[in-house]
Structure formats: structure tokens, C-alpha cells
Design a binder for this molecule. Structure first.
Ligand code: BTN
Length: 329
């Protein structure tokens, strides 16, 4: 652990701690404390400095704490290496970069902020400081390429279960991998993989999960207020992102280890909010409207059209047509 990490471990958002006390506790000089705090502040860590009083986190600042994550992990491989960043373009891109050299299976990368958070279909994922959990896990799964298509749905189930438990709530999944609460989007998941053509096997998989944790209004642009929400907005709970990251890792590993049994599909179906709804999907390159009638055992969305044709969609998007009773999830 670096001295900067050690300083952050000592701080909270309630009481000031003087530079002298910090220096004594950590066995470093006061001027080193002061220099380190300045560097942390420049990196976006919200530390307040007050003369004669010392340092504390800004009120409500939720420090991503590696120690707390580690203490709450019950995993065999997810989180075997934990990288915490203050800011990065995209945790998925960071993970993909790591994958170019030797990497530890299950390495997780979490950032307080993403300057270019990526969504599906080339969209952006808003990722401001002290707002969400931006989490990627880098895996070397020992499964066939065919089975890898289940990873996203499996991750959606694990994420939904984690939020349900910590937020004492009931999330819903919108095929294929968005999680909704109170009719608004709470979580986005972007899975990226590299396939070795020679062996026709998976080189690596990156599962990127973005969860809106704290109040939306203070953090997101106006146009997103009506479509996005957060755990705090819906449940009134301010969940520590470090605890959330640990629990998510625990559930993810459990679900992924059981993935080949197909057991997760049952929960995926039960939590799905799209069934029976009119949806716009792409058929032969054209947008057409059909009814979502099922999710099959391969986690594909089954859509029936007016002409009777039935389509099993294993990727892409299904836009729920507005104006139906309970249009949203
Ligand atoms: C979507 O809603 O279309 C998917 C959003 C996925 C966002 C997460 S945040 C962590 C990881 N890093 C990224 O750049 N994207 C994913």
C-alpha cells in the first residue's frame, strides 16, 4: 500500500485529522503528508484542508477503499488483483491493455471517474467522480466461444442480485443487459472479448459494469434525469462503493462458476421486464416491431412478428415501444 493509500485509510468525512497525527501514525514527515494530500487532491480525491484542523474527506465523499474490498471478498479468483484508479478513460480499455501482457485471472479495475466511459453500440456511459461504481473484471475463462455468449446475461443476474440484497430492493433486467429500477436505467454492462483464431478459443473476457450509486440530479446532465436513476435515488440508501464492489465480485464468481448449468437463466427470465411488450428490433437490417414472447435457454430474446415469424435474438437491442401499459421496466 502506498503512503497516499495509507493517508486515505485514515481519513473520513466527519472529523478532521491533523497533519501531525497523520505523520505520527504513518511514520512519515508532516511535509510529506502535505505533499501527498496535494497530489491526491490533484488526482480528484475530495480532501478538505483546514488550517489548524488538518484534513478530512468532503462530506459524502465515498473513498474507494481497497482494504475494505479485500476484507469483504469471499472469492477464489475474482479480485486476486485489485487496481483502483481516481480517473481513467475507460476501465474496460484499461483491462484490455493489461490483457496484452501476463495478467492475473480475475483482476478487477475500479475507477472513481471515467473520462470516456463506453456503453454498448458505441454510446457513452456517463461516469462522473463520486457517483457510480465503474468496475471491470479481466478473466481467462476456460469455456468454449459458444458458451461465452452467456457471460453478459450471467453478469446481469449477479449484478441485479447484488443490488437487490444491498439495497433491499427488486431490480429488473431489460434484455440483454440493462438493469432497471423504478422504470429507469440503473446499470449498464459491456462485455468485450478477444478470440484467438488459431485455437478458436477465448484469449480473455472483460466484463465492464457501471452502476449508478449516488443521487442522479447532482451528478448527471439534465437530459438523463428521466431515463437514469441510482440506488440512492430509488432506495434512499447510500451504499459504500467498496462494499458494493466486493459483493458484486462474490456474486459474479458464484454465478460464473455455475454458468454452464444454465441455472442463471431462470432468474434472468424471472427478473426480465420485457416479456409481453411490443419491441422494435432489427430484422434483416431493418427496424421492425414485434412482441417479446420469451427468453430461451440460450438467453436469446424470442420475438414474434405480426406475420407469425419468430426470431431468436442473441445480440443487438430491443427498444420497448412507448405508450404501452407499464412501458418501462
Ligand atoms: C451500456 O449501458 O450500454 C453499457 C455501459 C457499460 C459501462 C461500464 S462502466 C465500467 C466499464 N468501462 C466502460 O468504459 N464501460 C463499462
Amino acid at each position: 500500500m502506498t503512503n497516499k493509500d495509507k493517508i486515505c485509510q485514515q481519513l473520513n468525512d466527519k472529523e478532521f485529522i491533523t497533519g501531525t497525527v497523520l505523520a505520527e501514525r504513518l511514520g512519515i514527515t508532516r511535509s510529506f503528508v502535505s505533499k501527498s494530500v496535494k497530489e491526491l487532491q490533484a488526482d480528484g480525491v475530495q480532501i478538505i484542508t483546514k488550517r489548524q484542523h488538518g484534513y478530512k474527506f468532503a462530506e459524502g465523499y465515498d473513498y474507494l477503499n481497497k482494504k475494505v474490498i479485500k476484507e469483504n471478498l469471499k472469492t477464489k479468483y475474482i479480485g486476486s488483483d485489485i487496481i483502483i484508479l481516481n480517473s481513467v478513460e475507460s476501465t474496460n480499455n484499461y483491462a484490455k491493455q493489461l490483457a496484452k501482457s501476463e495478467f492475473t485471472n480475475g483482476t478487477i479495475i475500479i475507477s472513481d471517474n471515467q473520462t470516456g466511459g463506453k456503453g454498448r453500440m458505441g454510446r457513452r456511459f456517463f461516469s462522473p467522480h463520486n457517483f457510480g461504481l465503474y468496475y471491470s473484471v479481466l478473466l481467462k475463462p476456460d469455456i468454449s466461444i459458444e458458451l461465452s455468449q452467456y457471460i453478459t446475461a450471467c453478469a446481469a443476474v449477479a449484478t441485479a442480485e447484488t443490488i437487490d440484497k444491498l439495497g433491499d430492493t427488486e431490480t429488473q433486467i431489460k434484455w440483454v443487459n440493462d438493469i432497471y429500477l423504478g422504470g429507469k436505467k440503473l446499470v449498464g454492462i459491456l462485455t468485450e472479448a478477444s478470440i484467438g483464431f488459431e485455437e478458436c478459443s477465448l484469449d480473455y473476457v472483460v466484463i465492464g459494469i457501471g452502476i449508478n450509486v449516488f443521487n442522479v440530479k447532482k451528478n448527471l446532465p439534465r437530459e438523463l434525469f428521466n431515463v437514469a436513476t441510482s440506488i440512492e435515488d430509488e432506495t434512499g440508501k447510500r451504499i459504500s462503493r467498496s462494499i458494493l464492489a466486493a459483493e458484486l465480485s462474490n456474486n459474479l464468481e458464484k454465478r460464473l462458476d455455475n454458468m454452464t448449468t444454465g441455472e442463471f437463466i431462470e432468474t434472468y427470465r424471472a427478473k426480465s421486464c420485457i416479456m409481453g411488450k411490443k419491441v422494435a428490433v432489427s430484422r434483416n437490417g431493418k427496424e421492425v416491431i414485434g412482441t417479446a414472447i420469451d427468453i430461451d435457454d440460450k438467453a436469446s430474446l424470442v420475438v414474434q412478428f405480426d406475420d407469425g415469424e419468430i426470431l431468436h435474438l442473441n445480440s443487438g437491442e430491443a427498444r420497448i415501444i412507448p405508450g404501452q401499459i407499464s412501458t418501462f421496466c
